[in-house]
Design a protein around this ligand. Structure first.
Ligand code: CU
Length: 159
C-alpha cells in the first residue's frame, strides 16, 4: 500500500514539473490593471487599457486581441501629426523580458470595435491577447469612465 502511494505521489510531482517547464518555455505574460472606458451608450467603439508584464526570459509578441463584447479588437497607438492626435493601428506589441509595457490613455491602447452594447461602469469585460507563441492570455477588465484615483496620482489627465 505504501509503495503504491509513493508511486502516485511521484507521478504527481513529475507531471507538475513538466507543466512548469512548458510554462517557462511558453510565455510568462501577466496582465495588470486592465480597464475598459465606458463611453455614452450608442457609441460603437471604445478603448481598453492595461499593463503587460513579461516575467519570462524570452520576448513576448502580442499579435492580436479579442473581447467578449466586441466584434473585433485592434491594437492602436496615438501619434500627433500636424497638431492632430491620430490613432494608428499596430500589427503587434513586443514586450522584452522583464519589461512592463503600459497601455494608457493618450498612448497605445486596445480598440474595441463593433460593440454589441456599450459596457457600463461596474461591468467586467473579458479581454484576451493572442501571442506569437500560439498561446492566449486573458484577463477581466473593469469598466470605468476614467482612470481611478490610484492611477491618476501622476496628475495627468488624458481624454
Ligand atoms: Cu484607437
Amino acid at each position: 500500500m505504501i509503495k503504491i502511494g509513493m508511486a502516485v505521489l511521484l507521478a504527481g510531482i513529475m507531471s507538475l514539473a513538466v507543466a512548469e517547464e512548458q510554462a517557462d518555455q511558453d510565455t510568462m505574460l501577466d496582465i495588470e490593471n486592465a480597464w475598459v472606458r465606458a463611453l455614452p451608450p450608442g457609441q460603437p467603439n471604445t478603448a481598453a487599457y492595461l499593463t503587460l508584464v513579461n516575467r519570462g526570459e524570452v520576448m513576448v509578441v502580442v499579435e492580436s486581441a479579442s473581447a467578449d463584447v466586441a466584434d473585433k479588437v485592434e491594437i492602436h497607438t496615438t501619434r500627433s501629426a500636424d497638431g492632430l492626435m491620430r490613432m494608428e493601428q499596430l500589427q503587434s506589441l513586443e514586450v522584452a523580458p522583464g519589461e512592463r509595457l503600459a497601455l494608457s490613455p493618450g498612448g497605445t491602447h486596445l480598440m474595441l470595435l463593433g460593440l454589441e452594447a456599450m459596457p457600463v461602469t461596474g461591468d467586467t469585460v473579458q479581454l484576451c491577447l493572442q501571442l506569437s507563441s500560439q498561446s492566449e492570455v486573458c484577463t477581466s477588465a473593469d469598466v470605468r469612465k476614467s482612470r481611478d484615483a490610484s492611477d491618476s496620482q501622476n496628475g495627468q489627465h488624458h481624454h
